[in-house]
Design a protein around this ligand. Sequence first.
Ligand code: BGC
Length: 271
Amino acid sequence: MTDRPTGVLAGQKALVTGANSGIGEAVALALGRAGADVVVNFVTGAEEAEKVVAEIARSGVRAIAHAADVSREDQVQDMFRRAVAEFGTLDILINNAGLQRDAPFHTMTLSQWETVIGVNLTGQFLCAREAVREFLRRGVVPSVSKAAGKIICMSSVHQMIPWAGHANYAASKGGLKMMMETLAQEVAPQRIRVNGIAPGAVRTPINTAAWNTPEAYRQLMTLVPYKRIGEPEDIGKAAVWLASDDSDYVVGATLFVDGGMTLFPDFAEGG
Ligand code: BGC
């Protein structure tokens, strides 16, 4: 154990879904470094989750791994019960778990559609609902945070950029945008802050094919004005800020962390 954490999230309790890899892992590590205790949710990949837990613990905070499929109500409820039992309460939910099942529209199966909507949209609903229940039960504790709780919905640039061949994924993120904004409006009077992060192309296992060869990377960069791929840590830093009182007046916003991908890059030389 190192000294008692003193970061911007010191003493706060966080739950990060899909935290055993990619963006979720980076966010979980960043929250731990900022002083939060962290529940590391995963659905498969227990070994990776335990590695993330061990790494977080090096920041001198508590971390536990918990397996749960976020699209399953019973599993989500068990997970939140365990989080509150272990940590006493919850201050931060990072609704991160997400997946892709890509297919041309005319060959997309119902199962591909339902899997993506189930995890990316219904999963965020189920987790946000449990978090809001705990935030409402406990209310604001001024020594911990100005807010009664913070929810960050991990969205995507595809909440606004249509994406051929990915109708299920784009629909899940477009739906998520409205769920996030509606929930933000609904619970702001109770001092619960709900916001979104919309990453662009970030170097994670979900999109390996988009960056792991020089040709793919070159192609990808035509879509990114800032001319580098995003790193998971870019998202971790944004999440810490949105979860902290430094962003206390930010409510219902989506922070695009995308190197300019949403700036219509083709128009740099056209129009
Ligand atoms: C997707 C990635 C994609 C990125 C930019 C993300 O939401 O999951 O596969 O590379 O958007 O298009």
